[in-house]
Design a binder for this molecule. Structure first.
Ligand code: ADP
Ligand code: ADP
Length: 218
């Protein structure tokens, strides 16, 4: 479970996140949706301990989380797949992360297969499309077999086949009773991928509902 509690964050005079609160429960895929600049990444970065809040807090499984203290274990995260080191091969990228998390190299081969990148694992990341980089970032998030998955804009650059693949992955992850939160600026993806949606606009939560309620009324 992820609890975002009365979160506020300003950058200079700009209030990027304004009293944001919502809960992500296990067993469903929750989409965190809003236009570019709405504050999604800021909330996710604070949730992962990569940025600090001005006030409020985020608890993951009941306590604050710091990604850099516990790589790839309790929580799997994808942030900005476009920024993955372009000079590494996909396999090397994952091996470095696996070693940092004390996971065996065989785990790297498992996640490569899970995201469908075995055939390009020896190629450098600079040769990957953005959709392939997203798969690599998702593989990194899955390495530690975490109970909580947080993915920032994982569908950016994915073709419809990739989005269908991601849908299946996230649904099976959630069906196993795990917690899944993904952000997106594409409302149109939601009905396909998510069970629950939290909508953010200009730093404020403007809707928080089961997808069925939002589309068809409560
Ligand atoms: P989203 O992920 O929804 O696109 P962000 O959380 O990235 O939104 O950004 C929210 C707002 O905060 C935007 O106006 C953005 O320009 C601003 N912002 C985000 N990070 C920084 C930063 N490090 N410094 C200054 N402004 C920032
Ligand atoms: P943009 O930057 O224009 O918002 P993205 O980078 O997020 O687009 O999307 C990358 C590609 O994925 C685009 O070709 C877009 O058309 C496609 N795409 C986005 N959402 C969907 C969707 N729900 N179904 C199919 N294709 C999609």
């Amino acid at each position: 479970m992820i609890e975002v509690i009365d979160l506020c964050k300003s950058y200079g005079p700009m209030l990027a996140v304004d009293e944001v609160g919502f809960t992500v429960r296990p067993g469903a895929v929750t989409a965190f949706v809003g236009p570019n600049g709405a504050g999604k990444s800021t909330v996710l970065r604070i949730a992962l301990g990569l940025d600090t809040a001005d006030s409020g807090s985020v608890l993951i499984q009941g306590r604050p989380y710091r990604l850099l203290d516990a790589p790839s274990r309790r929580v799997g995260a994808l942030l900005d797949a476009g920024a993955i080191h372009p000079g590494q091969t996909g396999r090397t990228h994952l091996r470095i992360l696996a070693r940092a998390a004390a996971l065996p190299p065989e785990r790297v081969e498992q996640v490569l297969a899970q995201v469908g990148l075995e055939a390009v694992a020896r190629d450098r990341v600079r040769t990957y499309s953005l959709g392939m980089r997203q798969r690599l970032g998702i593989a990194a998030a899955l390495l530690g077999d975490p109970d909580v998955l947080i993915l920032d804009e994982p569908t950016n650059g994915m073709d419809p086949e990739g989005i269908g693949w991601l849908e299946n992955l996230l649904r099976s992850y959630a069906a196993a009773g795990r917690t899944v939160l993904m952000s997106s600026h594409h409302m149109s993806e939601l009905e396909q991928v998510a069970d629950r949606v939290v909508v953010i606009a200009a730093g404020r939560v403007v809707a928080d509902a089961d997808l069925g309620e939002l589309v068809h009324g409560p």
